[in-house]
Design a protein around this ligand. Structure first.
Ligand SMILES: Cc1cc2nc3c(=O)[nH]c(=O)nc-3n(C[C@H](O)[C@H](O)[C@H](O)COP(=O)(O)O)c2cc1C
Length: 329
C-alpha cells in the first residue's frame, strides 16, 4: 500500500468523523486518513454510538480505522469488523493518555505493559489481511523512552508502520513535541515511520522529514476546521502550487457543508429518533469546530457564543451567511 502524498490526517476523537474526513480529503488531499479511535469493547457490545465510527465511504480511501482496547480477543474481533467495513488498514492506539482509557489497560497504558502490547499487535496482525499499524507516544513518562524497543517488538509481531507522537503520555499536550525522539525511533525501526506532533505548516512538515528521516508526517490540530491548512502542507510536500487560504465565503460554505453532513450522519445512525433532536445533537457536536472555520476574521470572536448555542442548520445558516454577507458589503 502506497501513501502518497506522505501526509496523514491524524485520528482525533469527536473530530475525524466521516463528514469531516470527506471534506479533508476533497480539499486537503492527504495520502491517508484515520477515523477517531474506536473502542473495541464498545464494538463488542454493539454500541450504536460506536458502530457508526466504522462506516467507510469509498471516496475517502485509503482509510485507517483506529481501535483501542486492552484485551487481545476483543481487539481481534473488532479488527476483523474493521476489515469487513472496508478499512484499508487497522491502527492500534497506544497513545491515548486520558484516565478513562488508560484505566482499562488500553491506549498509552500499554506502553507500560510491553508483553501485552506485543500480544495485541501479534494477535491483530494475524487475524486480518489488511496492514496493521500502531500509533504510540514516546513512553509513559520521561523516565523511560520505551517506544524504540516497543516498536521493534511490534515490527517483529507484524506491525507494518509506526506513528510516533513525539511526546510522553504524562505530558498530555504540554510543551513542544520533541522531534529528536523521532530521530531515535528512525534508528530503531525498519518499517515506515510517521512523525507526529506540532506540524502546522508546509515548512514544519518539510523540516520534520529532513531533520528526523521519517517517511511521512501526520497532522492533527492544524487540520481541525482547516482543510486548507492540510492543502498547503500537501502542496509543500508535492511541489504543487498552493492556492493559499480561502476567502471568507468559502470558509462559510464549507462550515455549512460540514454541519449539514453531520446532521445526515447522525440521522443515518439514529433514524428512529426525533429528527429535530438529532439535528440539534449533530450541530452541538460541532460547537467547538464550527467557530474555528471563521477564526481570525474581523468580528468572528463575537459570533462564537451564538454559534455555540445553535441547534439547527437554519439558525447556523442565518448567522454564518449573514456574517459573510456583512463582511462583503
Ligand atoms: C481533539 C483531539 C482528539 C484526539 N483523538 C485521538 C484519537 O482518537 N486517537 C489518537 O491516536 N490520537 C488522538 N489525538 C492525538 C492526535 O492524533 C495527534 O497525535 C496529536 O494531536 C499531535 O498532533 P498535532 O500536533 O498535529 O495535533 C487527538 C488529538 C486531539 C487534539
Amino acid at each position: 500500500m502506497r501513501v502518497d502524498p506522505p501526509l496523514l490526517l491524524a485520528p482525533m476523537e469527536d473530530v475525524t468523523a466521516l463528514p469531516m474526513r470527506l471534506i479533508a480529503k476533497r480539499i486537503g488531499g492527504p495520502g491517508l486518513m484515520f477515523t477517531e479511535f474506536v473502542s473495541a469493547m464498545a464494538v463488542h457490545h454493539g454500541a450504536k454510538k460506536t458502530l457508526k465510527k466504522l462506516w467507510v465511504d469509498p471516496l475517502e480511501r485509503p482509510l485507517g480505522i483506529q481501535i483501542f482496547g486492552g484485551e487481545p480477543d476483543v481487539m481481534v474481533e473488532t479488527a476483523r469488523l474493521c476489515e469487513e467495513a472496508g478499512a484499508d488498514l487497522v491502527d492500534i492506539n497506544m497513545g491515548c493518555w486520558v484516565p478513562k482509557v488508560c484505566k482499562t489497560g488500553s491506549g498509552a497504558a500499554l506502553l507500560k505493559d510491553p508483553d501485552r502490547a506485543e500480544e495485541i499487535v501479534r494477535a491483530v496482525a494475524r487475524a486480518v489481511r489488511v496492514p496493521v499499524t500502531v500509533k504510540v507516544r514516546a513512553g509513559w513518562d520521561w523516565s523511560l523512552f520505551a517506544a524504540p524497543e516497543l516498536a521493534l517488538r511490534f515490527q517483529d509481531a507484524g506491525a507494518q508502520m509506526i506513528t510516533l507522537h513525539a511526546r510522553f503520555a504524562k505530558q498530555g499536550f504540554e510543551g513542544e513535541a520533541d522531534w529528536r525522539l523521532i530521530c531515535e525511533m528512525r534508528k530503531a525501526v525498519r518499517v515506515p515511520l510517521i512523525g507526529n506532533g506540532d506540524v502546522k505548516s508546509p515548512e514544519d512538515a518539510r523540516r520534520m522529514i529532513d531533520e528526523t528521516g521519517c517517511d511521512g508526517v501526520m497532522v492533527g490540530r492544524a487540520a481541525i476546521s482547516n482543510p486548507w491548512g492540510l492543502r498547503s502542507i500537501r502542496c509543500g510536500l508535492t511541489g504543487e502550487p498552493d492556492p493559499g487560504p480561502p476567502a471568507l465565503a468559502e470558509r462559510v460554505e464549507v462550515a455549512l457543508e460540514h454541519a449539514r453532513a453531520m446532521v445526515e450522519y447522525e440521522r443515518r445512525a439514529d433514524p428512529s429518533s426525533d429528527a429535530a433532536q438529532v439535528e440539534a445533537r449533530a450541530i452541538r457536536a460541532l460547537r467547538g469546530q464550527l467557530p474555528m472555520y471563521i477564526k481570525g476574521e474581523p468580528g468572528a470572536a463575537a459570533l462564537r457564543q451564538r454559534i455555540t448555542l445553535c441547534d439547527s442548520v437554519a439558525e447556523l445558516e442565518d448567522i454564518l451567511l449573514g456574517f459573510a454577507g456583512q463582511a462583503k458589503t
